[in-house]
Structures are given as C-alpha cells and as structure tokens.
Design a protein around this ligand. Structure first.
Ligand SMILES: *[C@@H]1O[C@H](CO)[C@@H](O)[C@H](O)[C@H]1NC(C)=O
Ligand SMILES: *[C@@H]1O[C@H](CO)[C@@H](O)[C@H](O)[C@H]1NC(C)=O
Length: 316
C-alpha cells in the first residue's frame, strides 16, 4: 500500500515535472494565511481550470509541509473508492472535493504548524502545484503591572514591572505616564520563550526619586506594532510629596532669610542703640569729670573711685 502510493507519487512527480501531461488547470491559494494560536485555521486553495473544462476530475491531492518528510494530507481518487490519508490535526476542508475546493484544515493551530505548505494536485486535465504560507499569531494576555520599593539602587525609589505573556510573535511593551509621555527608553525589556513557544515579555521601569508622575500605563504591542492591551498603575509617590514641597521650601527659604535678616538688623539696631547709649554715658562722663578719663588709665589712683562715683551719679 505504502509502496504503491509512493510509486504513484514518483510517477506523478515525473509526469508533472517532465510536462508529459499538458496542464489545463491551476491551483489558486491565498499566498499567506494568518492563523490564531489554539484556533482552527484553513489554507484556502481551489483547483481552477484554465479553460472551460466539463466534469473536471481530481485524481490526487497531496499536501506537504516544508521540513516534514511525509505528506500531511493526501486525497487519493485513483480507485473506485476515494481514500483520505492525513496526519493528526490535518483535514481536507471539503471532503467531496467535487467543488474543486482542496483547502487544508488545521483543527488546533500550534506554533509547529507555522511554515510553508505545498499543494500538488493531479486531475484528468493535468497537474498543478502551489505553495502557501501559514503564519501563526497569538494575542498577548492583559499585562500586569506591579511596583516594588527600591532601597539599594541610588536615586531609584521604585521599580515598576510589567508582564504580558502568551503572545506570538515577539511583541513589545511600552510605558507611558499620565501625560502620554513615553518612558520606554528608560525601561529594560526581557523576553522569554515558554515551553509552548509563546513569548513572555517583561519590562522594568525604574522610577527616580523626584519623578513627579503618579500614573504609569504599560501597553503591549503585537509584532506588527498594533496595540493589543494595557494596564495602569497608580504610584503613591513619596518623592512626589517632596517635589511638591520643593517649590514651597523655595518660598519658605526667602522668608527665613528675610526674617533672620530683619531679626539680625533689629538685634544690630538694639546693639548699636545700647552702644550709643553707653557711648553717650561714657562720652557724658568726661564732660562731667575730665579727671575720670585720665584716672581710668591709672588704676592706682584714688580718682578711679571718684570717676566710678561720678559714673554712678550720672546714672542716677
Ligand atoms: C472550501 O470549503 C470550506 C469548508 O466548506 C469553506 O469554508 C471554504 O470557504 C471553501 N473554500 C473555497 C475557496 O471555496
Ligand atoms: C496585531 O494586531 C492587529 C490588530 O488586532 C492585527 O490586525 C494584526 O494581525 C496583529 N499582528 C500580529 C503579528 O499579531
């Protein structure tokens, strides 16, 4: 059975490439098919006669995937009873094939299904072949954002971590603050391939002490830069308070400076007034007794006491 079909296939290939059988048909396929991971996908192909052919009959259809040794699906209509052979997960979309619909169905699309497929068709009006691509995409889950306090990194008070998983192909995580300013350049993106081949994206954004924004949004983009989903986090920012304080202290500072200047001036004024009062007293003494000044420089003299008495008198 196996040898029979492989013999036929050799014959088929021979006939096809040598051009022994002139072909009046073609296979028309979607050049690329986008499939969703874990969903059913269909490689749409149809046999099209080039001329008006009545009762066109499909004899053989062989679907192959590049890289795989065995065909993934075969429809063999050489005998009285048509036969289907297929690998698990593959199916002909239209089993009758009378409609010339030779589309291939993949019941549950996984990453290993991605790639190039070739559809060889043999009809009673000649052979035809066509290749088509299957591209698998998977949507990322809604990202999660969390914040961790940082103590050991200088100038950093928080790290925001955004994670989105289950997407394919490799996407992107981008950060925005509440003013829609982008912070992605300050973030570090790491990607991981899960066992099922899907990607796990993680982005770390360090918030510097003094950053004033309170809400950050992490947006997950797919491989064609289309926004898929997003999540936001409100940051209770202690540095935001200190930042609010800063302009306040800028107002407080001059107040303190001016205040202390005034106090200083007042004190200086008081001091000078005292001084001038004392000076007046001192300067009045000589007027009252010239001897005092002379006697002051002469401690041994009795007149010091007199001077002192004089001073006391002036006070009284
Ligand atoms: C082929 O058949 C499938 C299943 O009936 C259908 O969904 C698809 O649209 C058909 N394709 C063409 C090209 O007619
Ligand atoms: C990205 O998302 C857009 C919109 O949902 C979609 O049309 C496109 O196919 C997606 N691309 C990939 C590579 O997933």
């Amino acid at each position: 059975m196996a040898s029979c079909s492989s013999l036929f296939f050799v014959l088929f290939v021979f006939c096809f490439y040598s051009g022994v059988i002139p072909s009046f048909i073609e296979v028309a396929c979607e050049p690329t098919t986008k499939a969703q991971f874990n969903h059913q996908s269909m490689l749409m192909c149809a046999v099209k006669p080039k001329e008006n052919i009545r009762n066109l009959k499909i004899i053989l259809v062989v679907w192959r995937k590049t890289g795989l040794e065995n065909p993934v699906a075969v429809f063999d209509n050489r005998n009285t009873k048509p036969e289907y052979k297929k690998q698990q997960g593959y199916e002909f979309a239209d089993h009758s094939l009378k409609t010339m619909n030779v589309s291939l169905l993949i019941s549950n699309t996984k990453l290993q299904h991605e790639g190039e497929y070739k559809c060889d068709v043999m009809t009673d009006s000649g052979p035809a072949t066509r290749t088509t691509m299957l591209k698998v995409t998977a949507k990322y889950n809604t990202p999660t954002v969390r914040s961790i306090d940082q103590k050991d990194i200088p100038n950093v008070h928080k790290t925001l971590i955004c994670e989105a998983s289950g997407g394919y192909p490799k996407g992107q995580l981008r950060w925005f603050d509440e003013n829609k300013t982008e912070w992605t350049k300050s973030a570090k993106l790491t990607e991981n391939k899960r066992n099922d081949g899907l990607f796990e994206l993680s982005s770390e954004l360090q918030l510097l002490t003094g950053s004033t924004f309170s809400e950050y949004t992490c947006v997950v983009y797919n491989a064609s830069y289309d926004k898929e989903d997003s999540a936001s986090i409100v940051v209770n920012n202690p540095s935001r308070l200190s930042k609010i304080k800063t302009p306040g202290s800028a107002i407080i500072a001059p107040v303190v400076v001016i205040g202390s200047l005034i106090v200083g001036l007042l004190m200086a004024l008081l001091f000078f007034r005292r001084r001038s009062q004392q000076n007046r007293r001192l300067s009045t003494t000589p007027l009252m007794g010239t001897h005092h000044e002379v006697s002051a420089s002469d401690p041994g003299d009795d007149q010091t006491t007199i001077g002192g008495v004089n001073g006391k008198d002036s006070m009284a």
